[in-house]
Design a binder for this molecule. Sequence first.
Ligand SMILES: Cc1cc2nc3c(=O)[nH]c(=O)nc-3n(C[C@H](O)[C@H](O)[C@H](O)COP(=O)(O)O)c2cc1C
Length: 242
Amino acid sequence: MHDDDFAMVKAHQAAEVSATAVEAILSRRSVRGFLADPVPIELVRHLLDVSARAPSGTNMQPWTGHVVMGETLAKLSEAVVTVAGTDNGRQGYDREYKYYPEEFFEPFLSRRRTVGFGLYDLIGIAKGDRARMREQGARNYTFFDAPVGLIFTIDKRLEIGSWLDYGMFLENFCTAARQYGLHTCAQAAWSTYHQVLRPLLGIADGQTVVCGMALGYEDTSRPENALRTDRAPAASFMTWHD
Ligand SMILES: Cc1cc2nc3c(=O)[nH]c(=O)nc-3n(C[C@H](O)[C@H](O)[C@H](O)COP(=O)(O)O)c2cc1C
């Protein structure tokens, strides 16, 4: 690690520190309600520098993006919340890449339902209450009240391999944040409204909006943050040969 990075680690040692890589990985989860407490800009820069240590095919480092805070974050949120609120059924707005299959199938359908219903149960949204579901969805566009938002982009000419690299960078960001007591939520939701983001952030046509990311300190009083998601054990998802 670079000397500056060591200094950064020391300067921002939070009370709640994940000391090991495994602890950081295990304590990462998607937080959907943040405190207004600011995150120092140099700490955000440091987290991005650390994240960029991710491996990538032939060291291409395909990640690019925007850090938004303060007035810019407020403006961005207002613009997207307004559009999303009037965009009944998302006519005219869609992400530029396919995240999900056209039709869900098992075991993915059940997993998706479990996390969705788990979240709605915690915040008291009844099955079929579309208005409240939309309201919860719209919270994405305030970065769940986080003081820092990130919008990640990728050059459209790059191939699927670079998206693989990108995921490694994003996970680094989420886990490195844990060392400083910070939490994150990766947000594909932002990519749906890339046309709204483009003029506000100066995102060129040659770039695809990959996702957003909320960064900040968890508001532990928010019921949605009690969500804990399951994982299938390795014994079930790998075929073992010995
Ligand atoms: C690339 C990516 C995009 C995501 N987009 C959203 C999103 O737009 N809104 C949201 O609330 N959660 C989003 N999530 C969070 C997932 O729902 C979450 O990771 C999953 O349910 C597992 O829960 P955990 O992160 O708490 O372990 C996203 C996660 C990833 C990796």
